[in-house]
Ligand binder design. Structure first.
Ligand SMILES: *[C@@H]1O[C@H](CO)[C@@H](O)[C@H](O)[C@H]1NC(C)=O
Ligand SMILES: *[C@@H]1O[C@H](CO)[C@@H](O)[C@H](O)[C@H]1NC(C)=O
Ligand SMILES: *[C@@H]1O[C@H](CO)[C@@H](O)[C@H](O)[C@H]1NC(C)=O
Ligand SMILES: *[C@@H]1O[C@H](CO)[C@@H](O)[C@H](O)[C@H]1NC(C)=O
Ligand SMILES: *[C@@H]1O[C@H](CO)[C@@H](O)[C@H](O)[C@H]1NC(C)=O
Ligand SMILES: *[C@@H]1O[C@H](CO)[C@@H](O)[C@H](O)[C@H]1NC(C)=O
Ligand SMILES: *[C@@H]1O[C@H](CO)[C@@H](O)[C@H](O)[C@H]1NC(C)=O
Ligand SMILES: *[C@@H]1O[C@H](CO)[C@@H](O)[C@H](O)[C@H]1NC(C)=O
Length: 286
């Protein structure tokens, strides 16, 4: 009696073991685009489509999950015989998806840096099951936000304002900043963890550190020779950026006496910027 039951159990187990690979290769396939590239803050589509011999195939289950070293992890998108549960930020790519829709693509509504990696999709249908793996790489675009033109006055301070703009509040670590003039003269350089500068040039931010995205350059005592094209090169843990800006310099006395009323407004605005910067530089030295 016991022997008999064991024999039957073994037979059933064998049938199950053999029937799944058979069904999955013969009747149902999951075809995916292997690799996807995305930007932080954008949507990502991980595209997978079920290919079945019968066009009336019904999907009974879907599990999209991240492949991690941890054994068990919950599905980001879980469909099980009519019930759907979604992790926030993950959904069906097909609006109004239903169980006859063989496009089981996953949509990440707002991609984050930590979303990069391998994803696994397992699909069960009434004709068998199939699975596939896709990989998602995520990058971030880094911009340096500056004006094209800056104007300074001889003998005054001038601020070349440049701000690092990563998208959507990504944490960013600055590895290097280099301010140069005329293509090859380095004025200010930060190369983690050291800062060096030639006299008269400094980070505008007092106590600047490498998570401060305000990488503006301050000229503490502008001279006519400082006029020209400046270049700011940035290196971060997520990418690099480079930008050029121009500085024109006028002699303060000459500008005040020879120019008419409208440019003198500009001069007063500049002097206001200058005095604000003087205040900051006092903060810095104490
Ligand atoms: C399935 O295919 C048959 C023959 O190609 C067609 O007549 C039928 O309308 C199709 N059914 C669906 C649900 O697409
Ligand atoms: C679907 O959800 C309902 C209500 O939560 C539950 O009773 C039922 O067992 C679920 N069905 C499946 C197949 O998980
Ligand atoms: C699957 O659905 C997505 C979202 O609607 C769409 O962009 C994609 O082209 C579809 N794929 C196929 C093969 O239809
Ligand atoms: C910069 O380049 C110019 C010519 O392009 C050269 O005369 C000058 O010596 C260079 N300066 C430095 C610091 O390399
Ligand atoms: C930083 O400065 C220290 C001391 O001058 C030096 O030993 C080190 O090599 C510098 N690091 C870099 C990355 O330049
Ligand atoms: C950048 O820093 C300078 C100096 O502290 C300041 O004047 C300027 O307003 C800052 N810019 C931004 C956008 O915070
Ligand atoms: C600025 O530089 C000039 C020489 O170019 C010097 O005479 C003047 O004292 C300096 N001003 C300050 C505030 O350092
Ligand atoms: C700076 O000025 C030079 C010469 O006038 C010009 O060729 C260059 O395009 C300007 N750069 C920027 C960033 O406006």
């Amino acid at each position: 009696m016991n022997m008999n039951r064991n024999t039957i159990m073994t037979l059933v187990t064998s049938l199950v073991l053999f029937s799944i690979p058979f069904a999955s290769t013969k009747f149902v396939k999951l075809l995916c685009k292997d690799e996807h590239n995305s930007l932080v803050g954008q949507q990502s589509l991980l595209e997978c489509n079920v290919k079945a011999e019968n066009n009336d195939t019904t999907i009974t289950g879907i599990c999209w999950k991240r492949k991690t070293t941890e054994n068990e992890q919950q599905c980001l998108l879980d469909y099980n015989e009519g019930n759907t549960s979604l992790t926030p930020g993950f959904t069906f790519a097909e609006p109004d998806w239903n169980n006859r829709n063989l496009n089981v693509s996953l949509l990440l509504t707002n991609t984050k840096m930590e979303d990069k990696g391998e994803y696994e999709c397992v699909v069960r249908t009434d004709r068998g099951h199939a699975e596939a793996t896709v990989s998602l790489s995520v990058t971030v675009s880094i911009n340096l936000d500056c004006k094209n033109e800056y104007h300074g006055v001889h003998g005054k301070q001038v601020l070349l304002e440049c701000i690092v703009k990563p998208v959507n509040g990504v944490d960013i670590n600055i590895l290097a900043v280099k301010w140069k003039i005329k293509g090859n003269v380095t004025l200010l350089e930060y190369k983690k963890p050291n800062t060096s500068a030639i006299p008269g040039f400094t980070f505008a931010e007092p106590d600047w550190n490498n998570i401060n995205l305000n990488v503006s350059l301050l000229l503490t005592n502008t001279t006519m020779e400082d006029e020209g094209e400046y270049e700011c090169e940035l290196e971060t843990d997520l990418g690099t950026a480079k930008i050029r800006v121009n500085l024109s310099v006028t002699g303060s006395k000459i500008a005040d006496s020879t120019k008419d009323n409208s440019p003198s407004i500009t001069n007063r605005a500049l002097q206001a910027t200058g005095s604000k910067a003087v205040h900051l530089s006092i903060n810095e030295s104490h």
